[in-house]
Design a protein around this ligand. Structure first.
Ligand code: SR1
Ligand code: MG
Length: 408
């Protein structure tokens, strides 16, 4: 039994009324819409609108995983991790984050900016929309976080305090199990189409994949480089543009409840993986030009990540040993690690729990090839992550494999 009350349509107005700082932003006595819109795996998400058109989002962490129900308990303290990480990121550059209005630590409720003039990027990609500038913005976001929350920007005491405060073991274990382990070792949560069972079996028996996932999991568990988002897939990004052919005028990262001090390549790999998944969908639908556009996002994110990190580099705290040779080594290392984490992040979405709508909403005859293609790209990246990790090489590998494996 939870020891706090869950929000419902009928208690939301009372909740807002009881919090004067919220009641000045939206009129609880004249709400014209209260919609529960949570489509993620974990939380309740309500969107409110008042009679003069003002909106607000209230997000509440449940004490269990929403996707499965009470049988999978999960700390609601994840809401604090989300709020604190957003506040940290916000201080580095507010334009890429939602505004936080309040945080209720007893009921694990975050009140934040209504972004209903934005779309979830994954939904937009699924509809064939091409939001220019979003991948570049997310690269800039990861670059800013990689520098601004790390030893390059913080003194030792502040860094140690930040690492201690942001320990997030229960959420990390989800990732360690679902992303790195279970695609190889089924814990009863895996599922694929019957036609993809041989693909999943080959994947689990692939010695290079097992070796690579060991490396990836160990890095995830031990490399406390920066306050990474921890779940930066295209469903954790909101995009907005003024017209179909206009570039994005707003891009927001949200849902950072998995944030902790981890490896920078993990967030890059999450983005790369989801671009490959979006491309697999586009290839399956024979939208080849759009598939190529999706894959180009890998280069856009990498380039803007690198540019942002290099832009900040002259401000680093300790240039005595963190010199330019170190910078080059680190960039190269992160680029390879992004391949490794991309391999993990794309395969878990095919084999394990918590799949993606990009693939799952394809009809089975097309899904078969798209799933096979993503698994083959994953295996290729796991084999080559320590070699040529230029974005163009990843794009080439994915183009060839996704084109070859699609089914009709
Ligand atoms: C049990 S949570 C499953 C997944 O949902 C989140 O979005 C994360 O990706 C997590 O792995
Ligand atoms: Mg999420």
């Amino acid at each position: 039994m939870a020891d706090y009350a869950f929000l419902t349509d009928s208690t939301i107005a009372e909740y807002v009324r009881a919090h004067p700082q919220l009641n000045t932003l939206i009129d609880a006595d004249h709400l014209v819409a209260v919609d529960e819109i949570g489509d993620g795996n974990l939380n309740l998400v309500f969107l409110l609108r008042d009679a003069v058109g003002r909106g607000m989002c209230l997000k509440q962490a449940l004490p269990y995983v929403r996707m499965t129900g009470e049988g999978w308990p999960m700390t609601p303290d994840r809401a604090r991790h989300e709020v604190e990480s957003i506040q940290t990121y916000y201080a580095l550059g507010p334009e890429l984050l939602p505004k936080i209005y309040s945080f209720d630590a007893e009921r694990h409720i975050i009140a934040m900016e209504d972004l209903s003039d934005h779309e979830v990027w994954r939904a937009a990609l699924n509809q064939g929309e091409q939001h220019e500038g979003a991948a570049e913005a997310m690269g800039r976001f990861v670059g800013g976080v990689a520098f601004g929350t790390s030893t390059f920007a913080l003194d030792r005491e502040a860094l140690s305090e930040a690492i201690a405060r942001t320990q997030n073991p229960q959420l990390c274990v989800i990732t360690e199990d679902l992303v790195f382990t279970e695609p190889l070792v089924d814990a009863g949560r895996n599922s694929v189409l019957p036609a993809n069972e041989p693909d999943a079996a080959q994947f689990a028996a692939d010695a290079a994949m097992i070796r690579a996932m060991g490396q990836a999991k160990w890095m995830f568990m031990t490399h406390a480089e920066a306050l990474i988002h921890g779940d930066l897939h295209t469903g954790s990004v909101m995009v907005r543009r003024s017209a179909d052919d206009a570039p994005c005028d707003s891009v927001k990262a949200f849902d950072s409840e998995f944030a902790f001090y981890g490896p920078v390549g993990f967030d890059l790999g999450a983005l790369f993986a989801n671009y490959v998944i979006a491309a697999a969908r586009a290839y399956a639908l024979h939208e080849d030009e759009r598939a190529k556009w999706c894959l180009q996002l890998v280069a856009q994110t990498w380039d803007s990540f690198e540019a942002e990190f290099r832009r900040r580099w002259p401000e680093r705290r300790d240039p005595r040993v963190f010199g330019d040779a170190f910078l080059e080594d680190t960039m190269m290392r992160w680029r390879g690690e992004a391949w490794l984490f991309a391999a993990a992040k794309m395969s878990r979405r095919i084999i394990g729990a918590a799949k993606t709508t990009d693939i799952e909403t394809l009809p089975p005859n097309l899904r078969e090839g798209a799933a096979r293609g993503v698994l083959q790209v994953s295996r290729a990246l796991a084999l080559e992550w320590q070699g040529n990790s230029l974005p163009e090489h990843l794009i080439g590998i994915a183009t060839n494999l996704l084109e070859q494996t699609r089914t009709s």
